[in-house]
Ligand binder design. Sequence first.
Ligand code: N01
Length: 517
Amino acid sequence: MNAPVDLPAGLGTEVTCDIAIIGSGFAGLGMAIRLKQSGEEDFLIFEQAGAVGGTWRDNHYPGCACDVQSHLYSFSFAPNPDWSRMFSTQPEIRAYLEHCTDRFGLRPHLRLGLALQQATWDAPAGCWRLRMADGRRVRARVLVSGMGGLSRPSIPNIPGLDSFAGAMFHSQQWRHDYPLAGKRVAVIGTGASAIQFVPQIAPLVDQLDLYQRTPPWIMPKPDRPVSAAERWLFRHLPFTQALARTGIYWMLESRVLGFVLHPKLMKAVERIARRHLRRQVPDPMLRATLTPDYTIGCKRVLISNDYYPALTRPNVEVVTTGIDHVEADAIVMRDGTRRPADCIILGTGFHATDPLPRGVIVGRDGEDLLDAWRDGAQAYLGTTVAGFPNLFLIVGPNTGLGHSSMVFMIESQVNYVLDALRHMRQARLQAVDVRPPVQAAFNHNIQQKLGHAIWSAGGCASWYIDPRNGKNTTLWPGFTWQFRRATQSFQPADYERWPARQPAGLPQPEDADAIRV
Ligand code: N01
């Protein structure tokens, strides 16, 4: 096996590696670690930023933390006995990913500051050709995307937003250099990010106007420090941490019963959320404003112990009239009220259903991935897309979760990719491409299940659903162990396959049988 190569400083030369991984969050690093553990050395990780960490590097707003317990929201093969809390904060998770990068020897494979501009499948050569934003070129047989689904900020289309003369930033691009103290701050959005940073900034600012379009359901957060005794146990008797992880896994898994199988069960969960609201918000008017009118679970269920109390502060107002437009120094409501602001913070989420811009991934026959997804993003097992040979998407369509840890899903996909690579090596294949009917049947089945699930039937609008066609293209509709089982082995029959060293002109699907091996 070849050792990882350096990218030359010159822009004209093309570098070759067997496997190119894009992104260095949990997905990219997880893939890289498992490749390394399997003895593979000929891979490179391309990261557009200057450091690893993905979403946990990019999101650093005050209060940023994970809403899944860290014992589960971490690699199964790299338990961390030192988590300081049940739900770790962003700096700790980012440090964990840096630590994993060192511990598993990934630094020589990392190429930082290189953003993928375009990856094109070269059918005659049977490989991907990558062009980086600075013009460098890479050739790779296999392309693994770890670019994530929640990385492109969604900026709302509010008239006049561009004309705002004060400071304005998205939660993912937090400006720590901007002093919020004493300012009139407008926060737009009340999702998972906003409910974390609002309690942090409310005590600092002069006035905080929180523009709420839809109230979220919020449950108590069962957070606490991990005691020194527990940490000692986890370090010296690792099975105790494995037990904790397993307990958390099954507790979270039980939520699927309400989300997918018996949505009526969510009534009991809703009662807990209503009690939480009642306890924390004494004012009945404010309580009414904060009470959702859709079934709990339809949007992501949020957890917080400090969000509601922050909203009861005298300097915080929840504004629900609806924004008409923005002026240089104010937000103007639909009823004509002008609300002056020095700063606007957008907690308005991400482009979840269209995570990639056009022109980034171009497959067989020059087809753009976005064109293949014109009726909504889809993949086979959330991982492979017909017409895009040797492309593996980690955190691809319908792999998201409303109830448990994405790291579990990522590890399932990584297992699948490893098995695919193993098969390709043993069968001496140059390329595999999922058969369109296999992909179609898989997605038909998924959409059938999703049609009855709470995310479609719960009476809300959410980023889980593609607004262009009403399909849920983001979530996995079931237990995560079902996904693990589905991805545990690569089934060659699901794929068109091309033998190695005969890559010339991958055939059209009609004549694929002619050279299928
Ligand atoms: O974004 P969101 P987020 N005018 O899309 C509102 C993950 N995450 O960044 O509900 C007014 O949830 C929008 O209103 P509505 C997690 O998966 C994980 O908070 O559409 N308002 C909503 O209130 C999460 O789900 C962690 O009516 C507008 C808000 O903006 C995902 O990231 C922590 C608007 C957007 O909420 C995204 O969370 C944080 C407009 N034009 C985040 N447009 C973990 O702990 C949008 N809104 C793992």
